[in-house]
Design a protein around this ligand. Structure first.
Ligand code: ZN
Length: 290
């Protein structure tokens, strides 16, 4: 009997310590443990948190197009993309970099001010501002004893800068730089209050790779097109071919170079002229969280 009590005692201590380790708000009392598990149930129910693997094949087959734009903002480029989106009444999701809007991040203050004004314009014009990390570091490659700290810096520090602009969606979206992720990063962020509200890491359906033969451009990614010296016309062929093959989906562009402005403009014209295709919001994507 004594040993049974001893086992129960140790089980209880281990159990409580484990719960405490999971959530600093749990003080070990039955009420706080109940609320800890209620939170978990709630989390499972609405399924908002960062997944262990990238989420891909997001929205193909419905002839619905979702524009996502990464790595900005960039003065002189993002403004022009915003003009095009406004003129076509399309809502996009901008996956922005935290360091570009960080007053204390060492960037030219004037540029930071311009960048923040661009985020404000995104908000005013109804777009979704989303997290693409602080410095565009490869999160899948982060290792070593400061791993936890570095992963939090990459995602949470960026989030804190962006949150005032994340007002046009109830969801917080994350996309990993280079699509590079590790399951440990999901565990680390989901263990913070931020994890409960994040969807991701999200990849894309269209615009993520380059594939061309002598006769046909099958796939194109804007950054790849420009680094290979392709024309906007050639690059557009890859985007259109992939879109038609997949019958829509989440499209990846970047607001870094002026050629992407022209590409986005031509892409929108192409699909605005097709009655069976329509542009929708990232919020309309029913993300399969299996
Ligand atoms: Zn990127």
């Amino acid at each position: 009997m004594k040993s049974l009590l001893l086992i129960l005692f140790f089980f209880n201590v281990t159990y409580l310590t484990e719960v405490k380790a999971h959530d600093k708000r749990t003080d070990g009392s039955p009420e706080s443990i109940y609320s800890y598990y209620a939170n978990l149930v709630e989390k499972t129910h609405h399924q908002k948190d960062l997944r262990r693997r990238n989420m891909e094949n997001l929205h193909q087959g419905k002839k619905e197009l979702i524009i996502t734009i990464d790595d900005g903002p960039t003065p002189g480029v993002t403004d022009k993309i915003l003009d095009i989106l406004r003129d076509n009444n399309i809502q996009a999701a901008f996956f922005v970099l935290g360091h570009k809007i960080d007053i204390n991040g060492g960037l030219n203050q004037n540029t930071v001010r311009k960048n923040r004004a661009l985020l404000q314009r995104m908000v005013n014009e109804g777009h979704i501002v989303a997290n693409h990390s602080m410095q565009h570091k490869n999160i899948g490659d982060i290792s070593g004893i400061f791993k936890k700290k570095k992963i939090k810096e990459a995602i949470i520090d960026a989030h804190d800068l962006m949150e005032p602009f994340m007002v046009n969606s109830t969801k917080w979206y994350f996309r990993a730089p280079y699509g590079s992720w590790q399951s440990r990063a999901a565990e680390i962020i989901n263990d913070t209050p931020y994890g409960n509200n994040y969807y991701g890491p999200l990849l894309w359906d269209i615009g993520g790779s380059m594939e061309a033969s002598m006769f046909k451009v099958r796939r194109a990614a804007d950054w790849g097109c420009w680094s290979k010296g392709w024309s906007v016309r050639k690059c557009l062929k890859g985007y259109v071919n992939e879109t038609n093959e997949k019958k829509g989906g989440v499209i990846l562009f970047h607001d870094l170079r002026s050629k992407s402005v022209e590409l986005i403009d031509r892409y929108i014209k192409e699909y605005k002229s097709k009655a069976d295709y329509k542009f929708v919001s990232l919020d309309d994507v029913k993300i399969d969280l299996r």
